[in-house]
Design a protein around this ligand. Structure first.
Ligand code: ARG
Length: 458
């Protein structure tokens, strides 16, 4: 079939060029949004009298029929079509003749594609937000079960101070809540209707852009026609928000992988969310978490693709911009896939409390609390710090922990120590004494969970 733009040309495009140029293989997924946009455009063309009202109605019905036929599998995409926009318009013309040809009045594919991506991504952002909310809700539920599950908190991957598993999980919940904030923020700027920008210089037809914006539930219309067709900031912002979210999932995955190892053994993943080895019968591998960590690189790559593709483009539209779709679609598809696998993996994991408790008991993670004990008895912190350091060295020599070193040994180094010391350095005391707002005590984490649940409803 000759192209819709064949008028100026004396030859058909070379078939290789046609394949190279065509985007239908990856933009066909926007068919519904393309049709929604065209219906709004046709409605406005009819209302303003730019085209006959009857014809506007026929176009709308024709587009609705095309949508039905695509969704029921009656109409399949033609791989030779240049893109989804051309495909749908050609199909409409096939069905309606000259009336179909009137749809593209006062419109260009440049503003059409700018509109379609926004419509498409607006829905995707909603889906991603729901998936993040499911993940946060799961974290709140698991945390509630582990308010008193003591584990070592780390810095430099060295045992540092005691926390609870709930506190650790709720740290991720905070990151994911900010990810929702970033998505919403990006949505605010994406919520601007570009149709009517035309190819670049708007149009001489008396169009009503605000009406189209209203029909498609946009809060605003773009203010400058060149910008309206040239802007892909919203793809870059979304890719950046999604890459940040993946970075959080990747850190979490890294911990899942560490915790599943024999060296840590803090958790055991469910059989349904692990895989075996083809040669080593003892293996149970955290492949899901590793894949999430691996796919993070890919999404960061999508962001870099978009930034590099845009960075030297003169205004307004350039065909380079067709490359936006595979990158942003890949970023969005990947994050959806990762979130929907990650959440049930967490929900089904077994938490090995005793191992966490045992690791917490071994690393002198109550040393700060031992020093604080002396401070409470009147010693300056720096002296208390030094005395505790000496005690830790003694424990290491005698193969003891601060909890098992006898009181006499303490008193030899500093006579201020008394029997109440052991209560003060018990891990439960250390955690539950940390009642500062945002701290790991069971009471503080309960507040975190309650606040998080409230934030999810906002
Ligand atoms: N398939 C194109 C894209 O995705 C549509 C816009 C084409 N406009 C043009 N003048 N070639 O960017």
């Amino acid at each position: 079939m000759a192209s819709l733009w064949a008028g100026r040309f004396k030859k058909e495009v070379d078939s290789k060029v046609n394949d190279f140029n065509s985007s239908i293989a990856f933009d066909a997924r926007m068919y519904r949004h393309d049709i929604m946009g065209s219906i709004a455009h046709a409605t406005m063309l009819g209302e303003t009298g730019i085209i006959d009202r009857k014809e506007s109605e026929m176009i709308i019905q024709g587009l609705e029929a095309i949508l039905d036929d695509i969704e029921n599998g009656v109409l399949v995409f033609d791989p030779n079509a240049e893109d989804i926009h051309m495909f749908i318009e050609a199909e409409l013309t096939k069905r309606l003749g000259d009336t179909g040809k009137r749809l593209h009045t006062a419109r260009s594919r440049n503003d059409q594609v700018a509109l379609d991506i926004r419509l498409y991504l607006r829905d995707e952002v909603q889906t991603i937000e729901t998936l993040i909310k499911d993940l946060i809700a799961a974290l709140c539920r698991i945390s509630e079960q582990h308010l008193d599950t003591i584990m070592p908190g780390y810095t430099h991957l060295q045992r540092a101070q005691p926390i609870t598993f709930a506190h650790h999980l709720m740290a991720y919940a905070q990151m994911f809540l900010r990810d929702i904030g970033r998505l919403r923020d990006c949505n605010k700027r994406m919520d601007c209707m570009p149709l009517g920008s035309g190819a670049l210089a708007a149009t001489t037809y008396p169009i009503d852009r605000h009406r189209v914006g209203e029909l498609l539930h946009f809060s605003a219309v773009t203010e400058n026609s060149l910008d309206g067709v040239s802007d892909r900031d919203f793809c870059i912002e979304l890719a950046s928000a999604v890459a940040t979210l993946m970075m959080h999932l990747s850190r979490f995955s890294e911990e899942i992988i560490l915790w599943s190892s024999w060296e840590f053994k803090f958790i055991e993943l469910d059989d349904a969310y692990s895989t075996g080895s083809s040669i080593m019968p003892q293996k149970k591998n955290p492949d899901i978490a590793e894949l999430v960590r691996g796919k993070t690189g890919r999404v960061i790559g999508d962001l870099v693709t978009l930034l590099s593709m845009m960075k030297s483009l003169p205004l307004a539209y350039n065909k380079d911009m067709q490359e936006d779709k595979e990158a942003i679609f890949d970023a969005v598809d990947t994050v959806k896939l990762c979130l929907s696998t990650f959440t049930p993996m967490l929900e089904t994991m077994r938490v090995l409390k005793e191992n966490m408790r045992a690791a917490a008991a071994k690393g002198f993670i109550n040393a700060t609390d031992c020093a604080d004990y002396l401070v409470k008895k009147g010693l300056p912190f720096r002296d208390a710090y030094k005395i505790t350091g000496t005690l830790v060295a003694l424990c290491i020599d005698e193969n003891k922990t601060l909890e098992t070193l006898p009181l006499e040994s303490y008193q030899k180094i500093c006579p201020v120590f008394a029997e109440d010391l052991f209560d003060a350095i018990a891990l439960e005391t250390c955690v539950n004494g940390r009642t500062a707002y945002g701290g790991p005590s069971s009471e503080s984490v309960k507040v975190q969970i309650a606040n998080m649940r409230k934030a999810l409803t906002e």
